[in-house]
Design a protein around this ligand. Structure first.
Ligand code: ATP
Ligand code: MG
Length: 318
């Protein structure tokens, strides 16, 4: 297998009767196992970019390959089965039960009943849904629970690539945080390659090991969240992520001023910073190391509190 999961080469999409391309001469390399978030305002071409990967939309120019193969050389059905897709607005089949929804791809693939049943159990457990929900219908679940089913369904055929279009868009903040944390852990454990569209800056930074910032069909910057924050390519990127403001604010505040109590002793893998360090260093560590929090220690190297990404978000006023 190639180390690159997805490659875009000079890909454009201009819809019929449109004056401007929705996606314009885009080249991109998505390494295998990476979690890439795509951030941009409404209408900038995020969904179009995503849908070209599974050929729901055909590019007007350029080439897309997955694992070294031009996607036009693969039968469309086979291509789509090998890519999990979570659409904007969940899109569960309302007349099918939860287990039937999750079994969609296994059924198309003609799996034996036993294998499909085991897969359903495994996936429901993975996304933290009780097995008792199997026979329920989507309308009987909350929005957040439906999102979990959507993720389970997308992962049913064990695809190497997942395309996710604002999957947590319509979810309240608390449920969303939980879904984000759970999904990030699943992705890390299973090593999936994820292309994840969002227009939430914090979500893009928290989930992505890399981040694409788009505007009017063009990629403005593709880099790690930290690099984008500390070194935005242009005024658009800078404004979108409010990088200057955030960094200035965080630089002026000491960790001990904002830390919160630790509920349990910090594990040995948790990074530590001195109480007098700024929140900016805490943020850098949080983004680089992808840990749930940074421990704050006093001069005696005793842990006296912690800083989480959630707190830094509040700090930023969003
Ligand atoms: N089927 C279509 N026919 C014509 N124009 C389209 C079609 N789909 C999308 N477009 C246009 O392409 C542009 C990009 O649309 P796209 O759906 O990719 O945006 P988006 O970034 O996903 O926006 P949002 O955040 O609102 O979902 C828009 O101007 C849209 O009107
Ligand atoms: Mg969209």
């Amino acid at each position: 297998m190639s180390k690159e999961a997805i490659i875009f080469e000079q890909v454009s999409k201009t819809f019929p009767k449109s004056a401007n391309p929705s996606v314009n001469e885009t080249s991109l390399i998505i390494p295998q196992g990476s979690f890439v978030t795509i951030l941009g305002a409404s209408g900038c071409g995020k969904t179009t970019l995503l849908k070209m990967v599974n050929r729901i939309i055909e590019p007007t120019a350029g080439t897309i390959s997955i694992f070294g193969k031009d996607i036009r050389s693969l039968p469309v059905t086979e291509l789509r089965r090998s890519i999990g897709y979570v659409i904007q607005q969940v899109g569960l089949f309302p007349h099918l039960s939860i287990e039937q929804n999750i079994a969609t791809v296994p059924n198309i693939l003609g799996w034996e009943r036993q294998k499909t049943a085991e897969r359903i159990d495994y996936l429901m457990d993975l996304v933290h849904l009780p097995a008792s929900y199997k026979k329920l219908y989507p309308r009987q679940l909350s929005g957040g629970q439906q999102q979990r089913v959507g993720i389970a369904r997308a992962m049913a055929g064990d695809p190497a690539i997942l395309l996710m279009d604002e999957p947590f868009g319509a979810i309240d903040a608390i449920t969303r945080t939980k879904l984000q944390d759970d999904f990030k852990q699943i992705q890390r454990e299973l090593g999936k390659t994820v292309l994840f569209v969002t227009h939430d800056v914090e979500e893009a930074m928290k989930l992505g090991d890399h981040m694409i910032v788009m505007n009017e069909g063009t990629i403005q910057q593709y880099d790690t969240p930290l690099a984008i924050m500390s070194n935005p390519n242009n005024a658009f990127v800078s404004q979108l992520i409010q990088a200057d403001d955030l960094f200035q604010q965080l630089h002026l505040i000491r960790a001990e001023e904002k830390m919160i109590a630790l509920e349990e002793p910090a594990g040995s893998d948790i990074p530590r910073i001195p109480a007098g360090d700024s929140l900016k260093s805490a943020l850098q560590i949080l983004l680089q190391q992808n840990v749930p929090y940074v421990a704050v220690e006093n001069k005696e190297h005793e842990i006296i509190g912690k800083i989480t990404l959630e707190q830094l978000k509040l700090q930023n006023g969003r």
